[in-house]
Design a protein around this ligand. Structure first.
Ligand SMILES: Nc1ncnc2c1ncn2[C@@H]1O[C@H](COP(=O)(O)OP(=O)(O)OP(=O)(O)O)[C@@H](O)[C@H]1O
Length: 323
């Protein structure tokens, strides 16, 4: 069975000025399975939008190939367009003066769907994204979250099987973002595949089955979201917090950290904001460190794994990270 998306040695350059060539995608190879939510993470200018545009046939690659459900994005543009939906964030692609329903009817006509089908689908989608009662309001009166839901409805009009979302929840409040993500999960459960370009680590962790980190047009790594910590070397960690106002100086966290660093099962001790992280040799080492800490009255101590955010910071650095 073909992958939902298969990009191979994809390269895209832009000529900015004479002799000034920007390499937006640099031999990028990536496979996205069917029914997967795949996160695309990277700092500004990493090449995320360029990749999404090539996969949705808006932009031609300079070289390399990309296929969506087996169809080549250059040679079979028509087939790919009927299979993919592009959902952009923000104000692009909606007409403010038109009502939500009219926006959908307009886009449905562009997809060359017949009028009756568009009307039926528009009403069903407005219901689905929770905008049925606002269907006849002009979009200029919509909040950002409502606009994003309408964007998603627009992207679903032609019933695509693969959806590309570019920063879909940027600027949404937490409640609106959670509702939007719920919708994405439901749509995935119906058999759709998503490629989600985002800066938001929480979003990637909450939604994505796998994530790819890209920087300067290159794929740095792809892995299951849950396994991302392995990238840091399969390291075992114990996190602890401590009351630093303890009267006895030897019981303060700094002294504890120094004592911990001398234990044979400890490879490193670092401060992470208001907590401490102890890197250990293996799981048995973590158990011994936990027991050691509990004896010393720490406030909290738990076995930990590096988060996606830490993997990102170590791999890409802090350029463009928004948390
Ligand atoms: N039309 C263009 N002309 C020239 N350079 C471009 C053009 N579009 C993108 N670029 C450049 O290509 C590189 C990749 O840009 P792209 O928009 O794909 O990155 P991105 O990862 O989506 O960034 P962001 O997170 O800021 O949206 C950047 O260096 C950008 O300046």
């Amino acid at each position: 069975m073909e992958a939902a998306v298969a990009a191979s040695a994809l390269r895209r350059t832009y000529e900015r000025r004479r002799k000034d060539t920007v390499v937006a995608l640099d031999d990028l190879t990536l496979t996205i399975d069917r029914n997967e939510i795949h996160g695309l993470l990277g700092p500004n200018g990493a090449g995320k939008t360029t990749l999404v545009k090539i996969l949705s046939t808006v932009l031609l690659p300079t070289s390399g190939t990309a296929r969506v459900l087996g169809h080549d994005v250059v040679a079979e543009t028509g087939a790919v367009r009927s299979l993919v939906g592009l959902v952009l964030g923000g104000d692009r692609g909606l007409y403010d003066r038109l009502t939500a329903r009219r926006n959908l009817l307009f886009w449905g006509a562009l997809y060359k769907l017949d009028a009756r089908t568009v009307r039926l689908r528009a009403d069903a989608l407005l219901e689905r994204v929770g905008l049925a009662d606002r269907a006849d309001d002009p979009v200029e009166r919509f909040s950002r979250g409502m606009r994003q839901r309408l964007h998603l409805a627009r992207g679903l009009l032609h019933e695509p099987r693969v959806l590309f979302l570019d920063e879909p929840t940027s600027g949404l409040d937490p409640v609106a973002a959670t509702a939007f993500r719920r919708l994405v999960l439901d749509l995935r459960d119906e058999g759709r595949t998503f490629l989600l370009a985002t800066h938001d680590m929480d979003e990637a962790t909450a939604l994505c089955d796998r994530v790819s980190l890209i920087d300067r047009g290159r794929l740095l790594l792809t892995d299951d979201t849950a396994n991302m910590g392995r990238i840091l070397g399969d390291r075992e960690c114990v996190d602890f917090t401590h009351d630093d106002t303890a009267p006895e100086p030897t019981a303060r966290a700094g002294s504890l950290a120094e004592a911990l660093a001398l234990l044979p099962e400890v490879t490193d001790v670092e401060r992470l904001g208001d907590r401490w992280r102890v890197h250990t040799t293996d799981r048995a080492g973590s158990r011994r460190v936990l027991a050691w800490l509990i004896e010393r009255d720490v406030l909290t101590a738990r076995h930990a794994r590096p988060t996606l955010e830490e993997v990102y910071l170590r791999t890409v650095g802090d350029r463009g990270l928004r948390v």
